[in-house]
Design a protein around this ligand. Structure first.
Ligand SMILES: [Cu+2]
Length: 338
């Protein structure tokens, strides 16, 4: 006959009050439940099933935030995040930078919950011996559960990850030549269960995962990465379009060129840029205009006065474009990429 050790009798009696003879069976059941519970938590916590219809676009240039502060409404999960002046920021003077050291520094930018969403930003990896990472997090449930798209200047890749129950697992890797010390563009589109990562306007990684349906958005780095972020634009829906970034349009960055829209012209109507340049069209007119490439390689939504649209040209070529309502009025332009 089985004789339980004295500590087990005490444990069984004090926790359950069951008869001593039943302790081994109770213990086995209890262990099974603990194993099952920990298995569940590694699947991640799902806090949001959908987004409220009120989810609106947001943009962050950090230029109205005081240096040394954290942007209003942001929530730091991990790491040391601070607004500071960066001399070469795409929109001057400020950027939001991660300057500390943690396993996975992360910050949520605001309280808005999005379902399908597109997050576009500029980033500059500055230093880091272990890592030089820059990431976007989306469908954030809490500090332990979200999707990550991250670029790494040490590994030359742009990868998708799932963070669930505080554990990171790879979804898919994509190759891209990420440079240290340069401002580059990263974009994450999440639509349904499809995740797409873009680097400097090029699709570099695509996968599906159905764990998270909706959530907040934010920024991410890894380990000792010192990384700055600027011109974050969050748009509900899966559109690749970018609107309402007036600060970006005033940039004097030589990798950024601004074209004004008026009645009924583009100014300048003909530009020549180097590959990798981002062109920002800004509607300074009184009417609604738009920007459409003849080859379909870029296409804006209707741009109300004051709104902008941007496209990064990565391949040399000739790119004529036009405004749909005013093409007949001669509202056409062209970009020469060398
Ligand atoms: Cu027009």
């Amino acid at each position: 006959m089985y004789a339980p050790p004295p500590w087990l009798i005490v444990l069984g009696a004090s926790l359950t009050g069951v008869a001593v003879a039943n302790v081994p069976r109770w213990l086995a059941l209890g262990l099974a439940m603990v194993i099952a519970a920990s298995g569940c938590s590694s699947q991640g916590t799902v806090a949001y099933q959908s987004a409220p219809p009120s989810a609106t676009a947001g943009s962050w240039t950090f230029d109205a935030d005081a240096p040394g502060s954290v942007p209003a409404g942001a929530e730091i999960f991990s790491g040391s995040w601070v607004v500071r002046a960066e001399g070469d920021a795409p929109s001057k003077p400020n950027a939001l930078c991660q300057i500390g050291n943690a396993e996975f520094p992360a910050i949520v930018l605001g309280p808005v919950v999005y379902g399908d969403v597109t997050v576009t930003l500029r980033f500059k990896p500055i230093s880091g011996k272990t890592d030089q990472a820059a990431g976007i997090i989306a469908r954030v449930q809490d500090r332990d559960d979200y999707y990550i798209l991250r670029a790494n200047a040490l590994e030359s890749n742009v990868n998708l990850y799932k963070y669930a129950g505080g554990r990171r697992s790879g979804i898919k890797d994509g190759g891209a030549k990420v440079a240290a010390g340069q401002w580059q563009e990263l974009r994450l589109e999440v639509a349904g269960d499809r995740l797409r990562g873009f680097f400097n306007g090029q699709l570099v990684v695509e996968a599906t995962d159905g764990t998270y349906k909706a959530g907040r958005v934010g920024l991410w780095t890894k380990a000792d990465s010192v990384t700055c972020f600027d011109d974050v634009v969050v748009t509900p829906g899966s559109s690749t379009r970018t609107t309402a970034t007036p600060a970006a349009a005033s940039s004097s960055d030589d990798r950024t060129v601004v074209v004004q829209l008026g009645e009924h012209f583009f100014d300048p109507s003909s530009i020549t840029v180097n590959a990798g340049t981002t062109v920002i069209w800004r509607n300074n007119g009184q009417q609604t205009h738009d920007v459409h490439a003849r080859d379909g390689s870029f296409s804006s939504p209707p741009l109300d006065p004051g709104n902008t649209f941007s496209h990064t040209f990565t391949k040399p070529g000739h790119y004529p474009y036009y405004c749909i309502p005013h093409e007949g009025d001669g509202m056409v332009g062209e970009v020469e990429v060398r």
